[in-house]
Design a binder for this molecule. Structure first.
Ligand code: HEC
Length: 157
């Protein structure tokens, strides 16, 4: 970040010196001074703003339903290998939706995760069709348990 600021500052100083008088160097300096803040805001993962309480609730449900027998989730300390890893699942969900082979109805990562839990058969992740450990439906869970699981998963960056 320091390097970036220094680079931005030197560009600004050069511009202030080289540009015609019509360009307002003070205005330039102000926008440059704000640039690092904007960059910092952009690069802050939204996971930092996630509610610890809701994540805990998700983890409790994840453990009580033994999702980790088949899935790896580092924050939950699980190492299951029968299904795809849940590390970085927020990105994975976005990738699935962009995959031309996607056969489900979801249009957002949140919907994709809900669909995966309730109706896993509508889309089978590539490479798992012949698995002897199919993803079971968890449609019998309460809506608050399902929401807790989704919250946990959509915050895995
Ligand atoms: C018996 C093993 C097994 C269990 C237990 C299991 N899953 Fe799965 N899961 C799978 C398999 C295999 C797949 C990949 C095939 C598919 O897409 O249905 C999968 C896929 C998924 C996906 C899609 C992942 C992706 O990369 O797109 C999600 C989300 C998911 N499971 C969530 C859960 C949750 C939450 C639980 C616990 C409530 C759970 N799973 C329990 C086997 C399991």
């Amino acid at each position: 970040m320091l390097r970036l600021s220094l680079l931005a500052l030197s560009i600004a100083l050069c511009l202030a010196g080289c540009l015609p008088a019509a360009v307002d160097p003070a205005g330039l300096m102000t926008s440059v001074a704000f640039a690092p803040t904007a960059i910092a805001r952009l690069s802050t993962p939204s996971a930092l703003h996630a509610s610890a309480e809701k994540l805990d609730e998700g983890l409790r449900t994840y453990r009580s339903q033994y999702c980790g027998v088949c899935h790896q989730l580092t924050v939950g300390g699980t190492t299951g290998q029968f299904g795809p890893s849940h590390d970085g699942l927020a990105w994975t969900a976005q990738r699935r939706l962009l995959d031309p082979a996607y056969t489900g109805q979801a249009t957002t990562p949140h919907e994709y995760l809900r669909e995966s839990i309730l109706s896993p058969e509508v889309y089978i992740v590539d490479g798992y069709a012949d698995s002897s450990h199919h993803m079971p439906s968890y449609a019998h869970l309460s809506s608050s348990e399902i929401d807790a699981l989704i919250y946990l998963m959509e915050n895995q960056w």
